[in-house]
Design a protein around this ligand. Structure first.
Ligand code: EPZ
Length: 428
């Protein structure tokens, strides 16, 4: 099993290129299944494990998927199957977008229940509520979602909870529904808008994505298109937080600064210097940071996906900081690992009270989920001495070339195979 080894305390200097957004890519690739005519050429695809899984799933469905560097060419015209199952499907969260996409295409879908980061219960009741309103019969059987509809008919849906997944999934299914579908209390994340833009380029009729109300007027078919995915605002936030923690000066390139406003504002509050340009941000940090409080909330609020990462920053900042995690009920597990490095934190329900310490010390850590793994890397970069991180497959799900990108900024970080494989190499 691979590990990441870090020798911390180096400041970070230089520039880093942000890749395509994971949470946009893992929705747009399944959406390409809805296109029965022509090819979808999708650029700025991030080189991450969740994309690799979706490429395998689409090929299993019968799509022709060609990959040329960061571009995917998807031809779904010959897809005949509406059944998606197996390891790849239940080893990721975003496989549930295949439910909406296959229902739109075939009015049938049999998709294994999704997996994903263990950060809470993560139900799909809002997905089911929305799809049933469109006339879909859904049941959970033998670990799969079994869905079918005689026809999809537009309706008005008010989500009980703001859900990225449910918003996108029902939007996919509604593209071919007869008449008009109105979605309210929807997610407004940049990746929701990105999926709507992709669908509209294929010929869908979606208005209002990114606002409180999305209106979808059903169409008969979708055709191929050329599209480029937005940059990943969570990956960008991760590198910004790393610079803030380690000190130094870095240009974060290929981003949309507006997508990062809540993160930028919080970093400035902590004492970091930030200059925004059209598609990049320069971040400079040379003083010990001030502690702050955050409350995670749906976009444009502070993103829950950056909560674990800013938790590391707070651990070495002056004073006491408080995190209120309002989205997921179990997203503080990473602190169990970070306490081994000297982090002083107390968890009270959905709040974490962090007393900043002057230094962390390196040790052996186990990544518990994607963003926790990224947080542990930053903790290792800040800490004195060596940090070893295992279970890094979590990190590879969402961060392309993470150790290479950090090495280019001056970090002492590398990936290694574990000893028994090395011993095996010594034998042969
Ligand atoms: C998406 O997960 C992202 N994943 C998550 O990113 C992100 O943390 C989350 O949105 C919130 O922004 C992908 O896009 C693949 P939700 P999703 O539905 O869709 C509750 C990462 O690190 N809920 O917006 O699963 C749910 O329990 C990952 O990149 C219901 O109650 O999140 C949660 O409390 C981690 N019923 C809240 O809504 C439902 O049917 C938000 O969940 C659906 C959700």
């Amino acid at each position: 099993m691979e590990k990441i080894i870090i020798n911390g305390s180096n400041p970070l200097y230089g520039s880093v290129e942000i890749s395509g957004a994971k949470n946009a890519a893992v929705a747009i690739i399944p959406a390409a299944v809805m296109c029965g005519f022509g090819k979808c050429v999708i650029d700025n695809i991030p080189d991450i494990e969740d994309v690799n899984k979706l490429v395998r799933i689409l090929r299993d469905l019968g799509a022709r998927v060609t990959r040329i560097k960061n571009t995917l060419i998807v031809d779904s015209s010959n897809i005949k199957s509406y059944i998606a199952n197996g390891e790849d499907v239940h080893n990721m969260r975003a496989s549930y977008y295949l439910i909406g996409a296959l229902l739109a295409r075939f009015k049938k879908a049999v998709v294994d229940l999704p997996g994903g980061c263990s950060i809470g219960d993560r139900p799909i009741d809002q997905h089911i509520k929305g799809l049933e309103k469109l006339g879909v019969n859904i049941k959970i059987q033998h670990g799969s979602v079994v869905a079918e509809a005689d026809k999809l008919v537009g309706d008005s849906i008010f989500f009980d909870v703001v859900s990225v997944g449910a918003t996108i999934n029902v939007m996919l299914a509604a593209c071919f529904a007869e008449g008009v579908t109105i979605l309210e209390n929807v997610a407004k994340e940049p990746h929701v808008v990105d999926v709507a833009n992709f669908l509209n380029l294929m010929g869908a009729n979606i208005k209002g994505a990114g606002t409180d109300i999305i209106k979808i007027t059903g169409v008969k078919k979708l055709k191929g298109c050329n599209y480029s995915i937005i940059p990943d605002q969570i990956e960008a936030s991760t590198y910004m937080m790393a610079v803030a923690a380690c000190k130094g000066e870095v240009l974060i390139k290929n981003i949309i600064p507006k997508h990062l406003e809540s993160v930028t504002a919080k970093l400035i509050e902590m004492g970091v210097t930030i200059c925004e340009y059209d598609d990049s941000i320069k971040i400079k940090s040379n003083e010990r940071l001030r502690g702050v409080n955050i409350k995670t909330s749906p976009y444009p609020g502070f993103p829950t996906d950056v909560q674990q990462i800013i938790g590391v920053l707070m651990s070495v900042s002056q004073g006491t900081s408080i995190i209120s995690e309002s989205i997921f009920e179990n997203r503080f597990k990473y602190f169990d690992e970070l306490k081994k490095m000297g982090v002083d934190v107390k968890i009270e329900g959905r709040a974490a009270i962090i007393n900043g310490v002057s230094r962390l010390t390196g040790c052996k850590l186990k990544a518990t989920d994607l963003r926790a793994g990224a947080a542990m890397i930053i903790a290792g970069l800040v800490a004195e001495g060596e940090t070893e991180i295992t279970s890094i497959e979590h990190i590879d799900r969402g961060y392309p070339d993470i150790e290479e990108k950090f090495r280019q900024l001056g970090a002492n970080i590398y990936r290694t195979l574990n000893s028994d494989i090395k011993e095996f190499k010594n034998i042969i």
